[in-house]
Design a binder for this molecule. Structure first.
Ligand SMILES: [Zn+2]
Ligand SMILES: [Zn+2]
Length: 429
């Protein structure tokens, strides 16, 4: 058999199929043609051979929570620059949040993002649509039209839907299209004008706090609504020990509830805000070490369905404002894998197959795309990782347009060497 690409001798990890073994991967016509040991002569007839000895060969990574700022804030990020950052970081699929300017709330908006993504030819670029018009939490957006245009699901990310009656209507509407609903859980009555976690540190720093209850109250409310509607519901960036318990109880009751965790909620605490460095200003805010422990335990127990960066690029000029005025967000897409390795693999919370599952099959299932696996016949989205290679995160090398990354200078392990999308090598270190 003549192949387009033969990846030899790697440790192939495909959690969706329980594969973790040294073998070869054959790609023909942009699809996985074979996984296993290929015969001696195969290398001769392959158009390109990659020796992946000592490397991990895994399904292309999927990030279901990124902000690419286009349309509206192209100086912070564009779909082209964001997806270039993503592909260099090992991602082959990303899901954009709809809180752009204007908001993604019509079928033409959805088509716009997808078209820009295709044109950039980096990763597959998907988008979610707004749940309510203008993210105002009052009138429902045209979810049906957007779903038809390919929106994977709906969220007002950046804000939670405050009115429980509106949320219930949104869930009932979503039921008609078999899409999922995602929520940025934040009860604004509890959050107020808070800029960091509420507690000892916010008090000594003299900054208004966001109580853990802001997240937990909305998550609790939503779970009651899911009990009623049984719509697929995804809690974005959960950050507190209380949220973990709510998710645990919802799953124990077999409700269709999933959740994601970001790198910063696993690696950074509220104490990081002590120098008023706005690179640590993020929403939900950095919490305490007890919350981090609870999130890690939840991941070890299998309660967390996906890891997601919540990549939120911002201009330096904006992040240089005082802590109260600066925007929320961390740009972490380009170092996400190394951060997860540091948070989860190095301390033994997950092994490599466990980590890869939460970055491939797990997120693919939430958003309902036929990806995240290396099964025969699937699109050849593949990431090749050197698990031992250590490197220093340097924001000046980012392909992202933004530099608001508190991990600059951190040493991490797990370097992406090649990213293959639909059988095409789109990134090579
Ligand atoms: Zn959010
Ligand atoms: Zn977000």
């Amino acid at each position: 058999m003549s192949s387009d690409l033969l990846i030899q001798n790697g440790r192939v990890i495909d959690p969706a199929n329980g594969i973790d073994q040294k073998c070869d991967v054959v790609v023909v016509d942009g699809q996985i043609a074979e996984i296993g040991r290929v015969e001696e002569g195969a290398a001769k007839s392959a158009k390109r051979v990659i020796d992946a000895a000592g490397r991990l060969v895994v399904p292309g990574l999927i990030d279901i929570h990124v902000h690419f700022r286009e349309p509206g804030d192209e100086e912070e990020e564009t779909i082209a620059s964001g997806s270039a950052a993503a592909v260099a970081a090992g991602f082959t699929s990303v899901v954009c949040m709809p809180n752009t300017n204007p908001v993604i709330e019509s079928e033409t908006d959805v088509e716009y993002v997808h078209r820009k993504g295709r044109k950039a030819r980096n990763t597959h670029v998907y988008t979610m649509g707004a749940m309510t018009k203008g993210l105002q939490g009052v009138e429902l957006a045209e979810m049906g039209m957007m779903a038809e245009a390919g929106a994977l699901g709906f969220t007002d990310d950046g804000r939670g839907v405050q009115d429980p009656a509106v949320m219930l209507r949104a869930l009932k509407y979503a039921q008609m299209f078999d899409v999922f609903i995602a929520q940025h859980c934040e009860d604004e009555a509890f959050a107020g004008k808070g800029v960091m976690n509420s507690g000892y540190f916010s008090t000594i720093l003299g900054l208004p706090g966001i109580d853990a209850l802001a997240e937990e109250a909305m998550l609790w409310r939503d779970i009651q609504l899911i009990r009623k509607t049984k719509v697929r519901y995804h809690a974005q960036h959960i950050s507190t020990a209380g949220s973990v318990e709510l998710i645990r109880a919802a799953k124990a009751d077999s409700l269709p509830v999933t959740c994601e965790v970001t790198p910063h909620h696993l690696l950074l605490t509220e104490e990081c805000c002590a120098e008023y460095d706005t690179n640590y200003k993020v929403n939900p805010p950095l919490r305490g070490s007890g919350d981090i422990e609870a999130l890690k335990r939840a991941i070890a127990e299998g309660l967390v369905d996906a890891l997601a960066s919540d990549h939120a690029p911002h201009l330096q000029s904006e992040k240089e404002l005082e802590f109260l005025a600066a925007p929320f967000g961390i740009a972490s897409l380009e170092c996400a894998l190394g951060l997860y390795v540091k948070a989860l693999v190095e301390p033994g919370i997950l092994d490599w197959p466990g980590l890869i599952r939460l970055m491939t099959a797990g997120p693919a299932k939430i958003i309902g795309i036929d990806k995240g696996t290396l099964a025969k016949g699937k699109q050849a989205d593949i990431t090749i990782i050197n698990p031992d290679s250590e490197y220093v995160i340097d924001v000046n090398t980012f392909r992202s347009k933004s530099r608001n990354c508190p991990y600059n200078g951190w040493k991490v392990r797990g370097k992406v060497e090649k990213t293959i999308v639909q059988g095409e090598i789109r990134f090579e270190a």
